[in-house]
Ligand binder design. Structure first.
Ligand SMILES: NC(=O)c1ccc[n+]([C@@H]2O[C@H](COP(=O)([O-])OP(=O)(O)OC[C@H]3O[C@@H](n4cnc5c(N)ncnc54)[C@H](OP(=O)(O)O)[C@@H]3O)[C@@H](O)[C@H]2O)c1
Length: 242
């Protein structure tokens, strides 16, 4: 990925941050986005990369991001649609606000980010969507989250045909349980997280995955090694689904 330019949405924490760190370390030009100015400034300083404020639920901010990239003459070899949220809640009690925020962040956000950044993508360019194994495996409390990821995977299928003439390919990674801030943001206490992670010792991988464990698959899909792939899905789940 040396000298390749890659934009990662939601690069302030977790998988996005770990990917940015790895790519910067390996000589890529990395641009991250974030929704919180302080967290973005902190992450870009730690990473030594560029950062743009763009809340992926806000279309005006997405359009401003596209304008800023064009103004700064940044052309992308890779785009990682990573920003996402998870609000676990049973179907019986899920409220409209949580439903809308999940779809606005996980489905509508990447859709309009991809649309707005089309003029910034090189030919060829690789787009990677960070989906979830929740598309494949039912977890109680994850109905809306799973649907939001499945919906964007459906968009990926169509977009691969529409965008092929522009040299754009889109593939997905479906992480399994990965120890990031997402569980805490979902309201899980650190004790509950530790107990949950303990159960993952029973998987073939033998432990909960770290954000760094997700990096290799995403890097492969960004790289020229995946040039013929379209709509591929790599499940990085430590064998949880076996
Ligand atoms: N961790 C897992 O077990 C797991 C499993 C399957 C799939 N995933 C997927 O992996 C992706 C990364 O999640 P993670 O586990 O690394 O979580 P994380 O540590 O919470 O990181 C999520 C990133 O997305 C950003 N973000 C959230 N909402 C945003 C918005 N509206 N606009 C812009 N940025 C936004 C966050 O910003 P802030 O720093 O401001 O919060 C953060 O940078 C997500 O799409 C998630 O669904 C995670």
């Amino acid at each position: 990925m040396k000298n390749q330019t890659v934009l990662i949405t939601g690069g302030t924490a977790g998988i996005g941050f770990a990917l940015a760190q790895h790519l910067v370390h390996n000589g890529a030009h990395v641009v991250i986005t974030g929704r919180d100015p302080e967290r973005l400034a902190n992450a870009t300083q730690r990473l030594g990369c560029a950062g743009y404020l763009a809340d992926s639920t806000q279309l005006t901010q997405i359009q401003a991001l596209a304008g800023d990239l064009q103004r700064d003459q940044i052309k992308l070899d890779g785009l990682v649609l990573n920003a996402g949220v998870f609000f676990p809640e049973a179907l019986a009690t899920t409220r409209e606000a949580a439903f809308d925020l999940t779809f606005n962040t996980n489905t509508k956000g990447p859709f309009f980010t991809l649309q707005a950044l089309l003029p910034c993508l090189k030919n060829p360019a690789s787009v990677v969507f960070v989906s979830s194994i929740a598309v494949h495996k039912a977890f109680p409390g994850a109905a809306v989250y799973a649907a939001s990821k499945a919906a964007f995977e459906a968009i990926v299928r169509v977009a691969n045909l529409e965008l092929a003439p522009s040299g754009i390919r889109i593939n997905s990674v479906r992480p399994g349980v990965t120890a990031t801030e997402i569980q805490g943001k979902a309201g899980m206490s650190s004790e509950a997280q530790a107990a949950f992670y303990e159960t993952l010792k029973a998987t073939p991988f033998g432990r909960v995955m770290s954000p760094e464990d997700q990096v290799g698959a995403i890097e492969f899909l960004l790289s020229g090694h995946s040039l013929p792939l379209r709509n591929a899905v790599i499940e990085v789940d430590g064998g949880l689904l076996l």
